[in-house]
Structure formats: structure tokens, C-alpha cells
Design a protein around this ligand. Structure first.
Ligand SMILES: NC(=O)c1ccc[n+]([C@@H]2O[C@H](COP(=O)([O-])OP(=O)(O)OC[C@H]3O[C@@H](n4cnc5c(N)ncnc54)[C@H](OP(=O)(O)O)[C@@H]3O)[C@@H](O)[C@H]2O)c1
Length: 247
């Protein structure tokens, strides 16, 4: 039986590593046969990723769309429901960050961040959770951040969005426990991905890598159904980067 796994923001960074980790697990784990539905904005990234996943022997389906627009969130959820009628795992990973001093943040920064981190995460979860609820099985991962529980000075809007995502995570647990659905909050500290733009070599050396986040997610998914890994908190061994940095 195939496991239908939807990864948002799969084109780059942590989402890409999660997709590849699921694909590799499909190759090496007896009885685990993932079908990866991969979404992000850039089709070129998805095409490259899809090829790499298929080399591991798993099936893929790609959808390039900007989840910052609610009609595209609906398009994605309808695609999954109409085409497959089921979903085993939703990885709410797509996220954006605009970082800077409080005084420099604009209304456009606010709306841009909230559209993807909050609105898309909420409405995609709202649309797909009932499918899991009905089947009394499924697993939803939320890639929040250590910035969902800890403030960083140059991350005001980003922190707001991540603290709020955590509110959704905790609410979803209340629904999920009633219908055998698993919820995992993944809270990474600084991971070296395109989200950070240019990073000095000495700082880069302190940061985690996307695969460091991806492997524990796959391990959590492959736990027996009776067990839920509720939280995964991963930090650079030397701790968070300075308070003025994003995370
Ligand atoms: N990197 C870190 O240090 C860190 C730490 C903690 C938590 N996180 C969280 O981890 C998640 C992934 O971050 P990352 O560092 O991997 O970011 P990234 O390198 O910027 O990659 C983000 C991916 O998400 C896609 N995406 C962004 N907005 C989207 C939208 N509106 N619709 C569809 N796809 C969208 C991007 O697509 P395109 O490239 O095609 O635009 C890209 O493939 C985010 O939720 C982030 O907040 C990151």
C-alpha cells in the first residue's frame, strides 16, 4: 500500500531534504512505499527533485503554486482529494521570512509573511484534516521553529507567525487525538538554507543542515502507529545564533 505524503515548500531547503529522506526511506524500509506529492513555487526545482526521488524508486507528483494565494491552497487540497481521495502525511513546511529591525518592517512584509506561514498553513490543514479524520489515520507535521517559542530581535513578524502556527498545532492536537491522527511540531534552530541568503563562512559552520532536520521527521513518521513523536526540537550544538539573527 502506498503512503501519500504531501510536502509543501519542497523545492528548496528543509522541504527538499524531507522529500529526499522519505524517498530514501522508501528504498530502504521494507513495506514503506511513499508516493510524494511535492509543492512549491518553482516548477524547475520540483522537476529536479522529482527526478532525484524517482531514482530512489518512488512515485512523485508535482504541483507548482504559490500558497500565499488562497485559491492556490484550495487548488492543492482539491488536487490531492480529487486525484487520490486519501492522504497519509501532510508536511506543512512552506514558509517565508522577512527579517530586520522593528522600525523597518512594512505592511507588505507583514501580509507576505502571514499569507504563507499562517493563512496557507491553516486552510490547507483545514481542508485535508477531514480526510484523515474520516479514515482515522494520518500524520501532520508542522515545521514551525525555535522562533515559535523564543523571540529574536530582528524577527518580529516571523516570530509572530511562528508563535501563531504553534497555536494551530496545539489546537489540532485536540482534534487529532480523537481520531487516531498524529501531530508533530518540528522546531529547528538555524539551518543553512536559501532562506538565509548570503551567510558568512564562520556563521555557516555553526548552522545545521536540512538533512539534520529531515531524518528525524522520517523516523517519527515510521514509528508504530500507537506512538506519536509530539515535538522535535533541534538546535545547533553551539546553541541559537545571536538574538539579532533569524531562526
Ligand atoms: N532555515 C532555518 O533556519 C529554519 C529554522 C526554523 C524553521 N524553518 C522553517 O522551515 C521551513 C522551510 O524553511 P527553509 O529554510 O527550507 O526555506 P527556503 O530555503 O526558503 O525554502 C522554502 C521553500 O518553500 C517554498 N515556498 C515558500 N513560500 C511558498 C509559497 N507561498 N507557496 C509555495 N511554496 C512556497 C519555496 O519555494 P520557491 O523557492 O519556489 O519560492 C521553497 O521551495 C519554513 O517554514 C521555515 O520557517 C527554517
Amino acid at each position: 500500500m502506498q503512503h501519500l505524503i504531501l510536502v509543501t515548500g519542497a523545492g528548496k531547503g528543509i522541504g527538499r531534504a524531507i522529500a529526499l529522506a522519505f524517498a530514501r526511506a522508501g528504498r530502504h524500509t521494507p513495506g514503506f512505499n511513499p508516493l510524494l506529492v511535492l509543492c512549491s513555487r518553482s516548477q524547475a526545482d520540483l522537476d529536479t527533485l522529482s527526478k532525484e526521488c524517482r531514482i530512489e524508486g518512488v512515485d512523485t507528483d508535482t504541483i507548482a503554486c504559490d500558497l500565499g494565494h488562497i485559491d492556490k491552497v484550495r487548488l492543492l487540497s482539491e488536487h490531492v482529494i480529487d486525484r487520490y481521495g486519501a492522504i497519509d502525511c501532510l508536511v506543512n513546511n512552506a514558509g517565508v521570512g522577512r527579517f530586520g529591525a522593528l522600525a523597518d518592517m512594512t505592511e507588505e512584509d507583514f501580509d507576505f509573511t502571514m499569507a504563507t506561514n499562517l493563512k496557507a498553513t491553516f486552510f490547507l490543514t483545514q481542508a485535508l484534516f477531514p480526510v484523515m479524520e474520516k479514515r482515522r489515520s494520518g500524520h501532520i507535521f508542522f515545521i514551525t521553529s525555535v522562533a515559535a517559542v523564543k523571540a529574536f530581535k530582528h524577527s518580529s513578524i516571523y516570530c509572530m507567525s511562528k508563535f501563531a502556527q504553534r497555536g494551530l498545532v496545539e489546537t489540532m492536537r485536540l482534534y487529532a487525538r480523537e481520531c487516531n491522527v498524529r501531530i508533530t511540531d518540528v522546531m529547528p534552530g538555524a539551518v543553512y538554507t536559501p532562506m538565509w541568503g548570503e551567510v558568512d563562512e564562520d556563521v555557516r559552520a555553526l548552522m545545521m543542515r536540512p538533512e539534520d532536520i529531515a531524518e528525524p521527521i522520517v523516523q517519527a513518521y515510521l514509528q508504530p502507529g500507537r506512538t506519536t513523536v509530539e515535538e522535535i526540537v533541534l538546535r545547533p550544538t553551539s546553541g541559537d545564533l545571536q538574538d539579532s539573527d533569524e531562526g
